[in-house]
Design a protein around this ligand. Sequence first.
Ligand SMILES: C[S@@+](CC[C@H](N)C(=O)[O-])C[C@H]1O[C@@H](n2cnc3c(N)ncnc32)[C@H](O)[C@@H]1O
Length: 208
Amino acid sequence: MEGMVAKWYATNTGRMLDEFTKLARRISNQLPPGSAVLEVAPGPSYFCIELAKLSPYSITGLDISKTFVEIARKNAAAAGVRVDFQQGNASNMPFPNDTFDFLLCGAAFKNFGQPVRALQEMCRVLKPGGRSLIIDLRHDAPPELINQYVDTMGLSAVNKILTKLAFRTMLLKNAYTREQFELMLAQAAFRSFDIQEVDIGFEISMTK
Ligand SMILES: C[S@@+](CC[C@H](N)C(=O)[O-])C[C@H]1O[C@@H](n2cnc3c(N)ncnc32)[C@H](O)[C@@H]1O
């Protein structure tokens, strides 16, 4: 089951490559070559791969799913870039303290079983002064905005219906509000954080 969902997700988000390319450019503009970057829960890893094409970063991807780690490795090899993909849990990361300059976690935080632990781990593995960006759906995203967003994903008619249904049934239910994020972030040791509403989600920037 996990493998089937992973493969479905990899195929469907592949069409949104443009978004990942734009995000990678945006991040790369603020990140010196040689920086150590971690993507938490990269799934098929489109972001890491686009980032790796832009500059000689040292990039690591950590995902709990064996299938996604395999898909990500294949995708990176096909793109001719080097990313170190490891299987592991966001709430118990296999990395020493103070390792990364930048960390991204996109469309995954709401799935974590121990979200506060995951935030504490993100803080622990960042270098002092390191930055972290979480991008995820917000619980109060209006249905019209979600429908518009799904319409831009380039999905087939059937997949559009299934994706809208997934948003309404599972995804929104798991997503957090701003207040919930603030309470969770207060339990990690970041020096500062900022929560911005962007489209159907939040962009949460944290600095250690
Ligand atoms: C919806 S996908 C998002 C993938 C990618 N970040 C993107 O934007 O396309 C969610 C990912 O979170 C991973 N995941 C869920 N729980 C996790 C955990 N506790 N630790 C690490 N990865 C996790 C899943 O295996 C999956 O790859």
